[in-house]
Design a protein around this ligand. Structure first.
Ligand SMILES: Cc1cc2nc3c(=O)[nH]c(=O)nc-3n(C[C@H](O)[C@H](O)[C@H](O)COP(=O)(O)OP(=O)(O)OC[C@H]3O[C@@H](n4cnc5c(N)ncnc54)[C@H](O)[C@@H]3O)c2cc1C
Length: 396
């Protein structure tokens, strides 16, 4: 006999961040009964505060979000097209360029603020009666047997389901409770992000400038406005965050070699210590990991949420297929299919991102030479550019 406090669902999701809510939206029309648990309050999830992150999204992410009825919820003014991207090394003006050769007018990708993505996902989720949100709840224990997973909350509530899915960040406590390890990678750096106004046009071009000791990126937002992303060794982050707004703007102007003219800080500065995570496995018995809980990327290549959305999309489609065929939605067959597909996508992205980070944070003369050579080779090998551009612009 189950205790009176045990709730029975088809799927229990831990974490209502962008990955958890995207996964819930993907299950909205499946008819499955889903519950999403988060430690945050309804106010924090319904009206998420700006967190400084502007998320660069691929065309495939746009397609998936359109299918989830989430993209349509973004106000057009909050979607910023990326026409071109450049990568520059040191103080050399030479840059690697990415632009669309197939359609000059179409963007390479899109930028949308993280809090607006979270808000649109929440606004969609609440329209579906088969998705329940259990908020201000922390997971105390997780276990599973051949037939179900059981989650106990610190409040004493218990939830039993044929499948539990963790989307509770790269530091996932649920992953640990299920005995799944992860390779964590502390990059020893902090990413400072903020919004700034500037004097000169950004031409809707994302610019990544790898300077010795630090990296500075411009992500174009509205007219004469950009998201500025500075990566510095952790010990030097406070040198920038503690500056007055005016002194900070002055420093950023210098870091960018005045390419945007005079700068003005128009938001808080948010500092993110950079830690990567790659889970030893993406699945357990009646259990799966999605989003950053499966793979937490370094943000330099802007893959994190794009990859998290793919994990949610892949797992949801395997589950829906199983349900349509009258099969067990939490079976090893469903989970192995998900893991195989997601590993194939995630492993090369994670390893190549770490290679880029290594190459661009090493200031030894050999690494500097290798970087300059890499940019020139990249510019001159058209299959390489086509591959990257295709990855950004493919639809399905
Ligand atoms: C500076 C920066 C820039 C980035 N830029 C890009 C970009 O351009 N493009 C891109 O694709 N990605 C980018 N990313 C990555 C992207 O932001 C993340 O991949 C994404 O937010 C991860 O979403 P998630 O839902 O997996 O995890 P999270 O956003 O970490 O959410 C986890 C959720 O789980 C909840 N939770 C945690 N523990 C518990 C618990 N015990 N019980 C209950 N609930 C719990 C938390 O409250 C939270 O709501 C960037 C990241 C950073 C830091």
């Amino acid at each position: 006999m189950s205790s009176p406090q045990t709730m029975h669902k088809d799927i229990v999701i831990v974490g209502s961040g962008p990955a958890g809510l995207s996964f819930a939206c993907a299950l909205a029309k499946s008819g499955l009964q889903v519950v999403v648990i988060d430690q945050q309050s309804r106010e924090q999830i319904a009206n998420p505060a700006m967190d400084g992150r502007d998320i660069a999204m691929t065309h495939l992410s746009k397609t998936i979000l359109q299918e989830l009825n989430v993209w349509q919820r973004f106000h057009p003014e909050h979607i910023h097209p990326l026409r071109e991207a450049t990568v520059q090394d040191g103080d050399s003006p030479y840059a690697l360029h990415f632009e669309r050769s197939d359609d000059q007018e179409a963007p390479l990708g899109y930028l949308v603020a993280n809090h607006r993505i979270r808000q649109a996902l929440y606004d969609e989720v609440i329209h579906h009666p088969n998705i329940e949100l259990l908020l201000e709840q922390k997971v105390a224990t997780v276990s599973s047997c051949n037939t179900s997973a059981l989650i106990t909350l610190e409040s004493g509530h218990r939830i039993e389901a044929p499948l539990a899915v963790a989307a509770d960040s790269r530091f996932s406590g649920t992953r640990r409770m299920m005995g799944i390890g992860a390779k964590m990678k502390d990059y020893g750096r902090v990413m400072i992000v903020c919004n700034m106004k500037h004097q000169l046009d950004h031409r809707n071009t994302a610019q990544e400038c790898f300077r010795y000791g630090r990296t500075c990126a411009i992500l174009p937002l509205g007219e004469l406005q950009s998201s500025i992303v500075i990566t510095v060794p952790a010990a030097r982050a406070s040198e920038l965050t503690d500056l007055s707004a005016e002194d900070f703007a002055h420093q950023v102007k210098d870091m960018l070699d005045h390419r945007l003219g005079a700068m003005e800080l128009i938001s808080e500065r948010f500092a993110y210590p950079l830690v990567g995570a790659y889970s030893d496995r993406f699945i357990g018995k009646r259990f799966a990991l999605i989003g950053d809980a499966a793979v937490g990327m370094h943000p330099v290549t802007a893959h994190g949420y794009n990859l998290g959305l793919r994990s949610a999309d892949t797992l949801a489609s395997q589950i829906i297929k199983a349900k349509q065929q009258g099969k067990d939605i939490g079976s090893a067959w469903v989970l192995h299919n998900y893991e195989a597909r997601h590993q194939l996508l995630a492993r090369p992205l994670y390893d190549s991102t770490n290679l880029i980070v290594k190459l661009y944070t090493d200031d030894q003369p050999v690494a500097r030479l290798a970087r300059k050579a890499a940019l020139r080779i990249g510019n001159n090998i058209s299959p390489f550019k086509k591959l990257i551009t295709h990855r950004l612009t493919q639809i399905r």
